[in-house]
Ligand binder design. Structure first.
Ligand code: AMP
Length: 423
């Protein structure tokens, strides 16, 4: 039997991992700048957590969760997103006990049983953050500013930030009623599925791709007028902060996002270079989520972006990912030099310099071939002549220069590299 990777998943190979680590490292350093701290939660949680947080009616809960019963009869699901687990962990560990603002981030795989296509997987990877504890509009603006800084630091071009407000739980029924009334004359012309949405979650109609519905929606009055004064003020302040931080954004009245838990601000980052699956990042405020799953009443705002789509953009936009640092290839030119070579390799490693030493090759040409394949920056060659004189040959692969260096001076010869390796 021939085993293949499960449909909708992929192996991330050493040839591509540099791009992943590049993005992960930038994300970590930017999270540090804003003092977000990492949290790691389990890959699976009780199914009822997701049903409650994401909503029984949502596509994710209805169709996309990887749900199973474990040997102890527990109903569990692989996490389809990161906010519910972080909110659960916030409550379980009483993270908010000091009453302070908690800023958390996570990285890892998520699972949704969706139809695979370019940029859409069944196991995909998200990096996300949750800023828990502040209702202030500055908190919304801060996470959007961080998001913008992150994508700019990665080097992404032509990304757009769309923003909208879906209001608080008190304005939601007013918005829904206005929308329903506006669409009522066309209700019977909608598909069964859309009619169900009309009944259960009318806001979801706003971002439907259905062409007829889009026509019926044209001329829809600005739903911002249905927001309460408090929600309007909040949203306007977020936009003012973004303006003053010179973050480019566009107000998009039809933006509602796929997850039901959002209140007030919602936002999305898209790239037109991606085709159908053009959303890179989604986020927003969720003031009731933690309370709804048994925690304190604490407001929060967050976002998550998908790594697979960022990888596609790195390729499509020819973004120059810096290559990894120095790599020394130690080449014994004969089995009798293996011992001395191991010692040299170990002493370079104790200097913090990445070093490879491969066994079973003792001739110059195969060594050079292999060193080039590995993108080694230098070779350290050790043959009979060198052994007799207590030296080695150091070949700089880029500059194509070669120096004779005494073994005892090798550490100081490479100490410059040690410095550049650790920055
Ligand atoms: P969401 O959790 O649905 O708000 O999605 C946030 C981000 O995760 C999206 O903007 C995508 O970049 C990414 N994403 C969501 N679903 C998938 C998927 N099935 N495959 C790849 N990336 C995804």
């Amino acid at each position: 039997m021939k085993y293949t990777v499960p449909r909708g998943t992929k192996d991330i190979l050493p040839t591509e991992i540099g791009d992943w680590q590049y993005v992960e490292n930038i994300a970590r350093s930017i999270f540090d700048l804003y003092h977000f701290e990492e949290i790691r939660t389990p890959i699976f949680e009780s199914s009822s957590l997701f049903n409650r947080v994401i909503g029984e009616e949502s596509d994710i809960v209805q169709k996309e969760m990887y749900t199973f019963t474990d040997k102890g009869g527990r109903d569990l699901s692989l996490r389809p997103e990161g906010t519910a687990p972080v909110a659960r962990a916030y409550i379980s560990n009483n993270i908010g006990r000091t009453g302070t603002h908690n800023k958390l981030y996570y990285m890892g795989p998520m699972f949704r049983y969706e139809r695979p296509q370019a940029g859409r997987y069944r196991q995909f990877h998200q990096i996300g953050l949750e800023s828990i504890g502040s209702e202030h509009p500055f908190s919304d603006a801060e996470v959007i500013a961080l998001c913008y800084r992150l994508f700019t630091a990665i080097g992404l071009k032509n990304v757009k930030i769309y923003i909208n407000s879906v209001g608080s739980e008190t304005c939601r029924p007013v918005i829904e009623a206005r929308l329903k009334q506006f669409l009522s004359s066309n209700l019977t012309k909608l598909s069964e599925n859309l009619q169900k949405k009309y009944k259960n979650n009318p806001l979801k109609l706003l971002d439907s791709k259905d062409k007829d519905l889009q026509t019926y929606l044209s001329g829809l009055p600005d739903l911002r007028t249905a927001l309460s004064q408090k929600s309007k003020d909040h949203f306007n302040m977020v936009l003012e902060y973004l303006d003053s931080l010179q973050i480019p954004f566009e107000y998009k009245p039809t933006l509602v996002r796929g997850l039901d838990y959002y209140t007030e601000t919602v936002f999305e980052v898209v790239s037109d270079d991606l085709g159908a699956q053009n959303s890179i990042c989604g986020g927003g405020r969720y003031n009731n989520l933690i309370k709804n799953i048994g925690g304190p009443s604490v407001p929060a705002v967050g976002f998550a972006f998908g790594l697979e789509r960022i990888m596609l953009l790195l390729q499509q936009q020819n973004i120059d990912v810096p290559k990894s640092k120095e790599l020394i290839y130690v080449a014994p030119l004969g089995n009798n030099h293996a011992m001395a070579s191991i010692k040299i390799a170990e002493s370079l490693r104790s200097l913090g310099i990445n070093t490879v030493l491969e066994y079973g090759r003792f001739e110059l040409n195969p060594h050079i071939k292999r060193a080039n394949k590995l993108n080694a920056t230098h070779m350290v060659l050790l043959g009979d002549q060198e052994s007799e004189s207590g030296t080695v040959q150091v070949k700089n692969m880029d500059k194509r220069t070669q120096d004779t260096v005494s073994v005892s001076d090798l550490k100081s010869y490479f100490s410059e590299l040690k410095v550049s390796n650790h920055v």
